[in-house]
Design a protein around this ligand. Structure first.
Ligand code: FE2
Length: 256
């Protein structure tokens, strides 16, 4: 239990640090077109999540954990009860951006920035590094959960007020709702401390993975390995947002 306390303390502090990122602090006042550019650039990380999930499924050994990860991935591709494919979550993301005023050309033709590409590549390298570890299974689950669920929900929660206001302003009659950001903000969220999941209320993706993670952290070494991975995952997300503070708030970078 003391191990889970260390994990929970670190996670809460990393979440607080991401919320305190200069860019997150500036969200209420960022001009809308700049905010839209950030969300369009952020889409490249969303596109990479499918590859990350597929990698983890292949790299995991434990069948019940694979099953959980597979189920979460398949939720990204909903179907009707008759099995007919519905728009994927990537399409929902595209539609949310359109509803907020982006054009299809803006979304499709905005190049991936060198920083975003580096973050994507380093995230993949971090996953690859788990294969060489004695704590491989715990590392894969910890990284997938923290990088791909917990922090994603934190990021979208930071943007949510501006996104929801924008959708309400532009679609007062049609009442357009966010299909992508809202869903992921809620369904990916950390929800509770690891070890305190309440199955009765329904589990978020983070909690489904947390249940496996706590079973995998059976030693101090495994715990420390997971703590290190989560810290690095946080650093990658932090660096992703650093690129925008440079372009939008150059003053932040002239301070000593
Ligand atoms: Fe998720």
């Amino acid at each position: 239990m003391a191990r889970l306390t260390s994990l929970n303390t670190l996670e809460q502090s990393l979440i607080d640090r991401l919320k305190s990122h200069p860019l997150m602090q500036e969200i209420p006042t960022i001009p809308w077109q700049d905010l839209l550019s950030i969300l369009i650039q952020r889409r490249y990380l969303s596109l990479s999540i499918v590859n990350i999930y597929e990698f983890v499924i292949d790299a995991l050994i434990d069948e019940p954990i694979k099953k959980t990860v597979r189920e979460i991935l398949h939720e990204e591709y909903p179907r009707t009860t008759k099995g007919v494919p519905l728009p994927s979550h990537r399409e929902h993301l595209f539609n949310d951006l359109l509803h907020m005023g982006a054009t299809a050309e803006m979304i499709l033709a905005t190049p991936e920035s060198p920083t975003t590409r580096r973050i994507r590549n380093e995230s993949h390298q971090l996953l690859l590094s788990c294969l060489k570890s004695n704590h491989r299974q715990a590392g894969l689950v910890a990284l997938l959960r923290f990088w791909g669920e917990v922090l994603v929900s934190v990021e979208y929660a930071c943007f949510w007020k501006r996104i929801s206001e924008r959708l309400a302003d532009r679609h007062t009659e049609t009442k357009k709702r966010s299909e992508f950001y809202y869903f992921h903000m809620v369904h990916d969220s950390r929800g509770s401390d690891v070890g305190h999941e309440n199955i009765l209320g329904g589990l978020t993706h983070s909690q489904e993975l947390a249940i496996h993670l706590q079973g995998l952290i059976q030693s101090e070494e495994t715990l420390n390995y997971c703590l290190g991975l989560e810290e690095t995952a946080f650093q990658l997300k932090h660096q992703f947002y650093d690129q925008f503070t440079r372009s939008i708030h150059p003053v932040l970078h002239t301070r000593p």
